[in-house]
Unconditional design. Structure first.
Lengths: 522, 296, 286
């Protein structure tokens, strides 16, 4: 999108009060400016002209780069490797790229767990078939080390995607966890994957239940603030006879580890200490497993086989009181087509806190999964590919792309949450966007490390074994801890340790303090 | 038209097959074999740059990798249970089919159908059947039992895999044993009956010994396949809960295509190959002579 | 000795066995004709509330299912069906042709043919996941990755031992005297094989072809690993029916599974008589 004289005139007129906000938005629409961008500009405290230049900058720079790169490209074609179910956020722009740049976009969809596999395979096969790849943040370290993807830092410095901007950048610390490897930018985040807690508002506001709850527990029925309250609420609301369960927490393979990591983070523990010893094999880790086991009786019976989509479906059918899910879960449970029993009945809150030894509450979030764009080293048009990634993730385009229901991108930039467009508000509600912001500022990272997929699988396997009763908590954590040591040894301790330090350098202040990260010495 | 000519014709006939096997079977095996002695993973560059580490991968597997050893034990246990059940059910069914009844041909076709279903589809179908609110549990409820959560409990998940496998491959045992039974000559049976043997004795002492080679062949064929069991489990449990249904093939897949420990995965595969060849060889020993006569 | 009749108790046993055998297939077919609302209903719905072919239509026209309020399906199975047919048919033909010549060569001209075919065993017992990696390495150097030529080459190689040994068992059954008589008539050896041997094992050739086709058609792992974007097969496509809005599309998946099953079930019936031999590499003859 380029600043034509017409747009300049419209901006000035709006600033001088000649155009009403509505007229301005309409005018911008006629001039081909996306509503998201126009609206952001109209609301900016900077004033329309400055805001336009600013918030639109990343998009505009990307577009200009795309134009230059497309003109140079021999084959005006980009191939994108994406996870199945994510295409809906990208299809609305296919025509624009075709018509205005002559670039055709081809999407190759693979099941979510296969994207990492296909990428690593490409590192061996070097076919050049993929230009842009959309992995989770956990893939970057191994992909970069395999020579599969570009270190984007130079492009980022040159074309300024504004990923660290303090008004419309990616929210800190996700901006660092999900885009950097050893301090270098390796991917552009396009999906704000954090988990938050959803509750059924209709049950909280039910006065009979509220009274019964207060009589029984001595405090008001409300959204849970701590894990203890969460447990009490699940117990209170659990009503299996009516196919209504306390909570829909995941207990299935691949997902269980995140439930464990989330609770562990709430207790002020990360995954390793400064010498790469696993920290979960500790009283805190054991307590987490015990808490999760105690919770099992109040979970949906399918919790042990939930995938993200079957969880969303079950919650949308009204089969539970609480759910711990990604923001797309909120999006689905509030849309009539996917949440027939929950539309208009959802409240949300940040993840519950836990009490630290010093008596303070620690709020921590979990930034997990987190898709982003990486650029293949074997791409014939890497600059064009990068331009696409920056354009799609720019503050303005992303604000426009996220609300589409056919994909699972979630808000990740500051402007998505704090200065949302009407469509974002319509999809997520103002309150929920605020909740997302309050949660994401306290998130801790996934295993975005060399060998990350091995670590996560080893942990998940043992947590899952414990949840299913195959192993006692201590035995499970001992086994996970042994597996971690083995992975660290095989990948190379120095290498992992270096990137672990880099990964944990950026944490919210309370978490940095509680976990002792602030005292670590390389 | 001499002997020389015959040999050259024989060579001409077999060369294309050997060539294809060499290029597309032996070569990859050789690459995998070489790989298994290096420390190669894509994060360390290309295979050519990989360091030669001798038997390090094999040592790591045997000494440190408990998950590998567990997967092997589990696969053996699973194979033993499945094969015994398949054998017994298949034998029972084959014996039933030796009797006369109407619609035999159609029933035979019906009983053989599972074998014709794609493994991936089998896994997917049983995954639906074993859902907590799925039809299996509905039937159990009708029978007055509470339907369990199949994929939550390690024993039940294992049972689900066994049931799936048994459903899929009992027809093969049935088919092989049926052709074996059909081929049993009448004379020894008549002789036994004349000597006063009751039908049960005839079956145990006359028919079954004659079936031995056929039974061994069935076991060998199924052993070869069940050791590689992948598609069904992949769709059904992904090896869970924990790793209670992780077969060796699933573990090797994880090593190769999740962790990309390619050289390490190759080493694991070779150990499995050698182990299964030994196993098959052992199974074949008792009938080796008979088998060769058969071929004549 | 006339076979004994099946009594009522045994008939009941057999009936139970039949129910166990057919129920999963019944379930799959029912799922394939269920409208979206019944797919994941809880408790599960046995018979569709209103049977529909929409799932089958959706396979070839992803937007068809919009009329049931399910959007965002971006996958069309057309390419996968085409790919499965191409890869299976081509590789089966090649494998059986080469296998036929090898079978004649080994059966008629080779002395060591009676030893246990270790190569077959190795080929079939090596964990496919591990041999797939060398394929990726080798194929990427000769640009065969993500191409049907590559996939067909793999399928030929994997099934060749199978077709060779099965066909060999049929050739072995044929008395040498028949070919020798033809040769005495003045035919060359090659011509004798082409005009006498091959027509005489027609039935075996057909059965082998069907069995090799079944193996190729069901193959999952190699297709999963070797396909990027140019090639696709049905087993790989099956795992791709997930959308963000409706989750897993059970009905559509089941429809594709039913489609995939049909040729195999039909083929199995056609060659029922040779099935035992085929499944045992010719070790059992009937």
């Amino acid at each position: 999108m380029h600043s034509t004289p017409e747009i300049q005139t419209a901006l000035e007129k709006y600033e001088n009060g000649v155009l009403s906000r509505r007229a301005f938005l309409r005018r911008m629409g006629i001039l081909g400016v996306g509503f998201a961008a126009a609206n952001a500009v109209s609301l900016s405290p900077l004033g329309a002209t400055k805001a336009w230049a600013a918030i639109n900058g990343a998009e505009e720079r990307a577009w200009n780069l795309a134009k230059t790169a497309a003109a140079k490209a021999a084959k005006k074609h980009l191939t994108l490797l994406i996870p199945t179910g994510s295409i809906g956020n990208m299809t609305p722009y296919v025509d624009k790229w075709k018509n205005e740049l002559g670039v055709t976009l081809e999407f190759i969809e693979e099941p979510d767990e296969v994207v990492h596999t296909k990428g690593m395979q490409e590192a061996v096969a070097k076919t050049g078939r993929y230009d842009v790849m959309m992995p989770t943040a956990m893939s970057y370290p191994d992909w970069l080390d395999s020579g599969l993807i570009y270190d984007l830092t130079d492009w980022v410095n040159k074309y300024q995607p504004d990923i660290f901007h303090d008004e419309w950048g990616v929210v800190f610390p996700a901006s660092h966890h999900a885009q950097l490897y050893n301090g270098r930018v390796v991917g552009l985040l396009c999906d704000g994957d954090q988990i938050t807690l959803l509750c059924r508002a209709d049950h909280i506001k039910n006065s009979a239940k509220a009274k019964a709850f207060e009589d029984k527990h001595g405090y008001k029925l409300n959204l849970p603030k701590t894990w203890k309250e969460y447990y009490v609420l699940a117990q209170f609301m659990h009503d299996p006879k009516n196919n209504f369960y306390g909570s829909l927490e995941y207990r299935s393979r691949y997902y269980s580890k995140w439930m464990f990591m989330q609770r562990l983070a709430s207790k002020g523990r990360l995954w390793f200490d400064q010498d790469m010893n696993p920290t979960f094999n500790s009283p805190e880790g054991l307590q987490v497993l015990e808490d999760m086991l105690a919770m099992n009786q109040y979970l949906h019976p399918d919790a042990f086989s939930f995938t993200w989509s079957s969880n969303y479906n079950a919650f949308g059918r009204g089969e539970g009181f609480m759910n711990i899910v990604w923001p797309s879960g909120f999006k689905y449970s509030t849309a009539p087509s996917t949440g027939p029993a929950t539309t208009g009945k959802i409240m949300a809150t940040v993840m519950p806190a836990d009490t630290l030894p010093d008596g303070n509450l620690l709020y921590a979030g979990m930034f997990c999964w987190g898709y982003g764009f990486a650029i293949s080293k074997y791409s014939a048009n890497p600059e064009l590919a990068y331009a696409y990634a920056q354009w799609m993730t720019s503050p303005t385009i992303s604000a426009d792309a996220i609300p589409y229901l056919g994909g699972y991108s979630d808000p990740y930039r500051i402007n998505h949450m704090l200065k949302p467009t009407p469509r974002l508000v319509e999809t997520y509600t103002k309150d929920y966007l605020k909740t997302l912001y309050n949660n994401i500022v306290n998130t801790v990272p996934d295993f975005c490390l060399p060998g990350g997929f091995e670590y996560q699988d080893a942990l998940d396997k043992e947590v899952h074994a414990c949840m299913t009763g195959e192993k006692k908590p201590k035995a499970a954590l001992d086994a996970a801890s042994r597996a971690f040591d083995r992975i660290t040894r095989r990948v190379g301790k120095d290498k992992v340790r270096k990137s672990w330090f880099a990964l944990t350098e950026n944490l919210a202040a309370p978490i940095k303090k509680a976990t002792g990260r602030s005292d670590w010495k390389m | 038209m001499g002997k020389k000519n015959a040999i050259s014709i024989g060579r001409m006939f077999t060369t294309p097959g050997q060539l294809v096997s060499l290029l597309v079977l032996v070569m990859p095996l050789a690459v995998a074999f070489y790989m298994s002695f290096t420390d190669w993973t894509p994060t360390r560059g290309s295979l050519a740059q990989a360091e030669f580490v001798g038997l390090e991968n094999y040592r790591e597997l045997l000494v440190w990798d408990t998950r590998f050893l567990e997967a092997i034990g589990r696969t053996l246990a699973l194979s033993a249970i499945c094969l015994c059940l398949e054998f017994l059910l298949g034998l029972g069914l084959a014996v039933l089919f030796m009797r006369s009844f109407r619609g035999k041909r159609a029933l035979l076709s019906a009983f053989l159908t599972p074998m014709m279903v794609l493994p991936v589809v089998v896994g997917y179908t049983f995954w639906m059947l074993f859902q907590t609110n799925g039809p299996v549990n509905q039937v159990l409820q009708l029978l007055g039992m509470a339907g369990p959560e199949w994929f939550k409990d390690s024993t039940l998940a294992f049972a689900a895999v066994v049931i799936t496998e048994v459903w899929h491959w009992t027809p093969l045992f049935f088919l092989i044993l049926l052709s074996g039974l059909n081929a049993v000559p009448e004379n020894p049976i008549r002789a036994a009956v004349i000597l006063g043997a009751n039908p049960r004795q005839v079956f145990w002492h006359v028919v079954l010994p004659m079936l031995r080679p056929v039974i061994v062949v069935a076991f060998v064929i199924r052993t070869m396949e069940v050791i590689k069991l992948f598609d069904e489990v992949f769709m059904l449990t992904r090896g869970g809960p924990g790793s209670s249904t992780e077969t060796i093939s699933l573990y090797i897949y994880k090593l190769a295509f999740n962790d990309f420990q390619l050289s390490y995965g190759a080493a694991a595969a070779f150990m499995v190959l050698v182990g299964s060849l030994l196993l098959v060889h052992l199974l074949l020993t008792p009938i080796k002579d008979q088998l060769m006569e058969d071929r004549h | 000795m006339a076979p004994r009749k099946l009594g009522i108790p045994l008939a009941v046993v057999m009936g139970a066995g039949l129910a166990f055998t057919l129920f999963p297939i019944f379930w799959l077919v029912m799922t394939a004709i269920k409208p979206p609302i019944d797919w994941n209903a809880s408790p599960a719905v046995w018979l569709p509330s209103c049977p529909t072919f929409i799932n089958f239509l959706t396979l070839f026209d992803p937007d068809a299912i919009r009329e049931y309020g399910v959007g965002g399906v971006s996958q069309s199975a057309t390419a996968a069906v085409f790919g499965s047919i191409l890869a299976s048919v081509a590789s089966t033909c090649i494998s059986v042709c080469i296998g036929l010549f090898s079978a004649i060569g080994i059966s008629r001209y080779s002395k060591g043919s009676r030893s246990t075919p270790l190569v077959i065993l190795s080929g079939r017992m090596f964990p496919p996941a591990a041999i797939a990696v060398p394929f990726v390495i080798i194929f990427s150097t000769v640009s065969l990755i993500d191409s049907y030529v590559g996939l067909i080459a793999v399928y030929v190689a994997v099934t060749l031992p199978f077709s060779t040994w099965m066909l060999k068992s049929f050739v072995d059954d044929l008395p040498r005297e028949i070919e020798e008589a033809a040769m005495l008539d003045g035919m060359t050896r090659v011509k004798a094989h082409l005009t006498v041997t091959i027509p005489l094992i027609k039935g075996g050739l057909f059965s082998t072809t069907m069995l090799v086709f079944i193996l190729n058609w069901s193959e999952f792992m190699f297709a999963l690993v070797l396909s990027y974007s140019n090639i696709s097969t049905i087993p790989v496509q099956l795992s791709k029916y997930v959308t963000a809005t409706a989750g897993t599309l059970y009905g559509v998946q089941a429809a594709l599974a039913v489609l995939a099953m049909l040729p195999l079930v039909a083929g199995g019936f056609l060659i029922q008589g040779h099935l035992a031999r085929g499944m045992t590499f010719g070790a059992i003859k009937q």
